[in-house]
Design a protein around this ligand. Structure first.
Ligand code: L34
Length: 297
């Protein structure tokens, strides 16, 4: 069994980015700039955003965190998006999800200029992704693909089960893995809440990617010997043995599933840090693209 160490790999990737940024700055350019909009004070979003800002510092990007209160109106938020679209110093930006109930996520994501959409959530980028065209890939799927590549986990011809069909993880993941590409060529099953016989489906899987958000959902009797397990879940559960009274777990019963696995991601320290590193990769890409050619809307 080998741990897919997202913390270590993300550090390596960020060091690679930092070197590129140093070279860019040495040539007299300004560094790449990432802006992020954070609405409200959801503690999980705060933690993720903290990691994103720290990573920008580490790689040498300029960054700006735009905080707004929970009860911001949709029009005000759209106005911020429009300003970021038009600000030449901003190479890429993200609007952290989830947004409050009264805001229509779709309207906000559609308003983002696809050339600055380093989250890869705009339907333009999603469409390019689905057709194998150059685009910004969503950060979590890009992080997983990068992890599989760097650890030389073969996907070609493998049976992959992706659990969860969200727009930002499960659905793009299933498409990327089935495409004709170096980290694709898999036979993919996209499972979700209406799937029947999930256990039988999982038992046939060479690779399981769980993006469900249910602690201890994937148990040892659901996986075959030698399986590769990618755990995208981040669930906070009570743990009175900890000072904080809680701890993070994924969707996988790690203790019992790990011994049967050939590769497995831990939570924390697996997919999460890879998501953050991927955002850095996308921002560098946005910057480089901008100075190579202007996006044709
Ligand atoms: N717009 N919204 C937008 N873009 C994204 O790419 C995200 N996502 C998801 C939630 N909303 C978003 C993230 O950034 C999930 N996500 C994310 C980012 C970082 C981490 C986890 C999820 C992360 O750093 N995880 C750490 C633990 C963090 C903690 O202590 O809470 C880990 O080791 O898994």
């Amino acid at each position: 069994m080998e741990i897919l160490d997202g913390r270590k790999l993300s550090k390596t990737l960020k060091e690679e980015i930092k070197e590129e940024v140093s070279a860019i700055v040495a040539q007299g350019h300004r560094p790449p700039h990432l802006s992020a909009v954070l609405v409200g004070n959801n503690p999980a979003s705060e933690a993720y955003m903290g990691n994103k800002v720290k990573s920008c510092d580490m790689v040498g990007f300029d960054s700006k965190l735009i905080r707004r209160v929970e009860d911001i109106s949709q029009d005000e938020l759209l106005e911020i998006v429009s300003q970021l679209n038009n600000d030449d110093r901003v190479d890429g930006f993200i609007v952290q999800l989830p947004l409050p109930e009264h805001i229509d996520d779709e309207a906000v994501l559609l308003a983002i200029d696809p050339a600055k959409d380093v989250d890869g959530f705009h339907p333009y980028n999603f469409g390019c992704m689905a057709q194998g065209m150059d685009c910004f890939l969503p950060a979590t799927p890009l992080g997983i693909i990068t992890m599989l590549e760097r650890y030389k986990v073969e996907t070609s011809g493998k049976n992959v089960v992706v659990i969860g069909r969200s727009n930002i993880v499960g659905t793009p993941m299933s498409i990327l893995l089935s495409r004709k590409s170096p980290s694709g060529n898999a036979t993919v099953t996209l499972a979700h809440s209406r799937t029947k016989n999930l256990k039988e489906i999982c038992l046939r899987a060479d690779i399981i990617i769980s993006a469900l958000g249910k602690p201890f959902f994937i148990t040892h009797d659901m996986v075959k010997e030698g399986v590769v397990v990618i755990d995208v879940g981040i669930n906070r559960i009570d743990d009175l043995s900890r000072k904080s009274g809680t701890r993070l777990v994924g969707d996988v019963d790690f203790e019992k599933v790990a011994p049967k696995s050939s590769f497995i991601t831990p939570v924390p320290g697996g997919v999460g840090p890879m998501t953050v590193a991927s955002l850095m990769m996308n921002t560098l890409k946005a910057f480089k693209r901008k100075f190579d050619y202007t996006y044709n809307k």
